[in-house]
Design a protein. Structure first.
Length: 317
């Protein structure tokens, strides 16, 4: 039987289309479906009968897919479906003001119902899901969880504060002599050596506020974990441009990267690390759906073949 891979992503995803072409060259069928259009422009059915006679079917993008025979599903850019009352413009249903994909008032009830039903469907599939089932991926995005798991397996993590207390913010700022990074600043505050830290430009946070001690670094690294394979690239800032080069991770560091992704319940993920002047690798964060195509094109690292290998792997059990 020809293996079929379902890829959930937007219409403009160059990386997904590149992977789909590569899968096709291997004799597999790759179908791309926009998750925002699942409820409004696709037909989705699940039938459950006694004695284990189940049927899951999706008709989208001009084809009908038997979800029970999929090799895998790649949640490349998952998102909430649009309302079920027919196709509408995304800007009408998705609140664009904050850029975070907030569900607007239009179609909120139908979106909620669709999210629940479609989420149940994805969780019920017996095939491999990449990077994981959506509920697992959502949990793996939590910054505190990432830090705790990374520290537990032996990675070095920066001193971190998550708080809603402005006094705690001030204490943390002073403890690290102003050399911290936060969720709301795009670069660290620095204080000349020997100087007293000035009053920090922090007001009382409106919600949870994350700050981390800043480590001077000689390299920023992006690590891509694909199943058991680990790829790493150096990110060099060259004026307004970025240079990308392959990086040889020590075996022990590569193994902790594999273990981190595994402990988070994922089979794919990108990890940001900082390499200090003392050659220490500092964990920063994990993105379960992070991209890699630019890195592959610049470095020649064979990441797409590894992704295709993963997508064509038989799910355990």
């Amino acid at each position: 039987m020809t293996p079929t891979v379902l890829i959930l992503t937007g219409e403009d995803d160059t990386q997904a289309r590149h992977v789909a072409r590569t899968l096709g060259e291997r004799g597999a069928v790759a179908t791309l479906v926009d998750p925002y259009r699942l409820a409004g422009m696709a037909r989705l059915s699940v039938t459950v009968r006694p004695a284990g006679s189940h049927r899951r079917r999706l008709a989208a993008a001009g084809v009908e897919i038997d979800l029970d025979t999929l090799a895998s599903v790649w949640f490349r850019r998952p998102g909430p479906p649009l309302p079920v009352n027919g196709p509408v413009h995304a800007a009408e249903a998705i609140g664009a003001a904050d850029g975070l994909g907030t569900i607007g008032a239009l179609g909120a009830a139908s979106v909620a119902g669709s999210v629940g039903a479609i989420g149940d469907l994805w969780d019920s599939l017996g095939c491999l899901t990449v990077p994981a089932a959506p509920v697992v991926t959502q949990r793996a995005r939590r910054k505190l969880l990432q830090l705790l798991v990374a520290e537990r397996i032996g990675m070095e993590v920066p001193a971190t504060l998550i708080t809603t207390d402005p006094d705690e913010c001030l204490d943390f700022y002073q403890e690290h002599r102003g050399q911290i990074v936060t969720m709301v600043l795009d670069r660290p505050w620095t204080v000349p050596g020997g100087a007293e830290p000035p009053a920090p430009p922090i007001r009382a946070p409106d919600g949870p506020f994350l700050a981390q001690a800043h480590h001077s670094r000689k390299l920023s690294l992006r690590v891509i974990v694909v199943g058991e394979r680990v790829f790493a690239a150096e990110i060099h800032m060259l004026g307004n441009n970025r240079g990308l080069r392959p990086h040889d991770l020590p075996d022990a560091t590569a193994e902790t990267c594999r273990l981190l992704i595994r402990r988070l319940g994922l089979c794919y993920g990108t990890i940001d690390l900082a390499l200090t002047d003392e050659d220490r690798y500092i964990f920063l964060e994990v993105n379960p759906t992070g991209g890699y195509l630019l890195i592959e094109e610049a470095t020649g690292l064979p990441i797409t073949p590894a992704v295709c290998d993963l997508l064509l792997t038989t799910a355990p059990g």
